[in-house]
Design a protein around this ligand. Structure first.
Ligand SMILES: [Zn+2]
Length: 416
């Protein structure tokens, strides 16, 4: 992609009311564009990152036998009155009317997935199974001030599992917990599952995942030995110095919560009267679990975890392009060699963002740092004298000269 042709360019400033790091850097870098508080346009650079995040999640959910579906955004209000959540979640619901019909813009999908699953689940032989979607959710968030971390409209992966017994749910729940840890690890993040039931290490009905981030809004206490953590808020008045499970010293870390999983039990199957005929011939309520990761929130979390004073530092797995290539000056040979290398790399399947603008070198270097692609290549008259280009990792202080003919292989090796 030629930067000169890319829709959405870098900016010097973010809107004044955006205080979070992720909002500032993503807005300035040309990844997102603000519509209103908690509502953003996703621009071409942003879509490339978000698609990679979603693909990682998709692969890990498929690996635990999740099957992808897509449910509607628009929910008839009757589904929500059935569970009573039209009242208990009233504050965050967006409601819409058409004629005499009322709908809810889905903040969650238990109300649609349970009747859907009910139509295909009659016997114990039909379970267990898990279905998931990558969807847009709507929540009227009064404090939509954290960029992609807290949106009014946001992307989410939500999965729902259906079981004949608590043992089956427990076993699947643990598999998904591990799958979540793989998602975060593949995004370059350090994550800890936090039991949400306040200090108890047994009979956990839900977990949230704390992502280690220096500027995180939450504090978690972590046991490095059993790789588990607790939200410090839930430990008020309790011993925060030693792990209740193994006695190891706990340490405090700043964190962002980016994902949660729940054992729902029969809450929704009872509301919708979703039963199955068990092996013993008796009718029983189906047992459910649900598992959510905000996709846009995860993208925001990655930016919160990986940045410096110059801009974003994307992990290799979710970078919008593999290389940011800069040509310096209007020298004919420089332009010719840049075009040649751009084509050679593209032919090798390397995604190049080619800064072909007639901007100053300083402006191009600053934009490269702000956008945060892990590798930068510079071609100039000076480097061409050595038949070379300058290669620099985003996290390196100094660039190094490499022969042009080796550039392709260097990049391939970096991403191996
Ligand atoms: Zn421990």
């Amino acid at each position: 992609m030629r930067y000169s042709k890319l829709f959405g360019k870098t900016k010097n400033d973010a809107p004044h009311d955006e205080n979070s790091i992720n909002a500032k850097l993503l807005l300035r870098g040309g990844f997102i564009d603000k519509v209103a508080a908690g509502i953003y346009n996703m621009l071409p650079l942003g879509i490339r990152v978000l698609d990679k995040v979603k693909q990682i999640i998709r692969e890990e959910m498929n690996a635990v036998d999740g099957q992808e579906i897509l449910m509607p955004t628009l929910h008839p209000i009757e589904l929500w009155t059935t569970t009573g959540r039209d009242k208990t979640m009233d504050e965050i619901l967006y409601r819409t009317h058409a004629g005499d019909k009322e709908f809810v813009l889905g903040p969650s999908h238990e109300e649609t997935v349970t009747p859907l699953a009910q139509r295909y689940t009659k016997s114990y032989k039909d379970m267990p199974f898990a279905i998931y979607q990558l969807q847009t959710k709507f929540r009227n968030e009064p404090r939509a001030k954290s960029g992609l971390l807290r949106g009014r409209e946001f992307g989410m992966k939500d999965m729902y599992s259906f079981h004949t017994s608590n043992e089956s749910l427990d076993e699947y729940y643990d598999r998904v917990k591990d799958a979540y840890l793989r998602v975060y690890e593949r995004c370059g993040l350090t994550a800890y599952p936090m039991a949400a039931s306040g200090g108890a290490f047994t009979q956990n009905l839900s977990h949230e995942f704390g992502i280690k981030t220096p500027a995180g809004e939450d504090t978690m206490v972590v046991c490095k030995k059993c790789n588990t953590a607790l939200n410090a808020e839930l430990l008020e008045g309790k011993d925060k110095s030693k792990c209740a499970k193994c006695g190891t010293e706990l340490i405090e870390e700043k964190a962002i919560e980016a994902g949660n999983i729940f054992k729902l039990g029969t809450k929704y199957s009872e509301a919708f009267d979703m039963k199955f005929v068990d092996e013993d011939g008796k009718e029983k309520y189906v047992i459910m679990g649900c598992y959510g990761i905000g996709t846009t929130r995860l993208m925001g979390t990655i930016v919160e975890a990986f940045n410096d004073e110059k801009g974003i530092i994307w992990p290799k797995s979710v970078t919008p392009y593999h290389v940011y290539m800069i040509s310096i000056g209007a020298n004919e040979d420089v332009i010719k060699e840049s075009e040649k290398l751009y084509k050679e790399l593209a032919d090798a399947g390397i995604d190049v963002l080619y800064d072909d603008r007639s901007e100053s070198p300083g402006k191009k270097f600053n934009d490269a740092d702000l956008i945060g692609i892990p590798l930068r290549i510079v071609i100039s008259e000076k480097t061409l004298k050595e038949e070379s280009v300058e290669l620099k990792e985003r996290t390196d202080k100094e660039a190094r000269l490499i022969l042009i003919k080796d550039a392709k292989q260097e990049i391939i090796n970096f991403y191996k």
